[in-house]
Design a protein around this ligand. Structure first.
Ligand code: NAD
Length: 251
């Protein structure tokens, strides 16, 4: 796929899935804008890469970031709403502050970035918004009340954007299973036996392995291409078959 003269804005692009998306789009010739709160990649700026330190849950910072994007590249063709955080807890364990934080980073930021990116796409009458959700939009585990709620709501936002801005702008949710990223490694490290938890993650998937950030990035890039122009408003799972079996169904 050739993305020359196209501009993609990727949130949470310093690490994990976002970083893999940034690399793939850059390698395909795109101008890449990386929005992140992490500071360690601020030295990667060059003529096709713009790193902006931005908390994507802050309207002021998102507004300023898109002004910089306009000055630098003039427009936005694709938005990859990827930034996300994980906090563990049931409803009774989760504090109001944790709930608000997860909602702000994992849901409100998608609204904010879409709000500022879509006008550029409307000018061109073309564009794609990709929202990174999770299989946790469909399935749940214990102690992820805020996370699973935010990820489920992303599917509603995806449909709204798809309906409101059709036919020119498409919006698709991507729902990964377990992917080998710093987020996963950090979560597993919280457990008393990280190796056992990793093995459980592997065993949950029919593929008997977890996914890579690059596999998710390949899907994101395909969905942005005109080859995917008949796909909009959908939630696409990339999850190694996680959750499609009935427990105890082995013969
Ligand atoms: P990660 O923690 O490895 O990377 C996330 C990036 O987002 C980091 O660089 C972080 O600094 C950035 N970020 C966090 N809060 C931010 C904010 N307020 N503003 C700007 N940037 C911010 O995570 P990942 O595993 O690559 O996850 C990426 C997305 O994929 C998330 O939305 C996550 O929920 C989703 N996801 C991940 C998995 C998985 O197994 N790793 C599975 C399903 C869905």
């Amino acid at each position: 796929m050739n993305y020359q003269n196209k501009t993609v804005v990727i949130t949470g692009a310093a690490k994990g899935i976002g970083a893999a998306c940034a690399k793939l789009f850059f390698d395909a010739g795109a101008n890449v804008v990386l929005l992140d709160v992490a500071k360690d990649t601020s030295n990667i700026n060059d003529d096709r890469r713009l790193y902006i330190h931005c908390d994507v849950s802050s309207e002021t910072q998102v507004n300023e970031a898109f002004q910089k994007v306009e000055q630098h590249f003039g427009s936005v063709d694709f938005l990859v709403n990827n930034a996300g955080i994980q906090r563990y807890g049931t409803v009774t364990e989760t504090t109001v502050e944790e709930w608000d934080l997860v909602m702000n980073v994992n849901l409100k930021s998608l609204f904010l970035c879409s709000k500022y990116a879509i006008p550029f796409m409307l000018e061109k009458k073309k564009g794609v918004v990709i929202n990174i959700a999770s299989v946790q939009a469909f399935l749940s585990q214990q102690k992820v009340a805020a996370y699973t709620t935010a990820k489920s709501a992303i599917l509603g936002l995806t449909r709204s954007i798809a309906v409101d801005y059709a036919p020119h702008i498409r919006c698709v949710a991507v729902c990964p299973g377990t992917i080998d990223t710093p987020m996963l490694r950090d979560s597993i490290a919280l457990s008393p036996d990280p190796d056992e938890v990793m093995q459980e993650c592997v065993d949950m998937h029919l593929t008997k392995r977890i996914g890579t950030p690059e596999e998710v990035a390949e899907l994101v890039m395909f969905l942005c291409d005109d080859k995917a122009s008949f796909i909009t408003g959908q939630a696409i799972r990339i999850d190694g078959g996680l959750g499609i079996t009935i427990q105890g169904s082995k013969r």
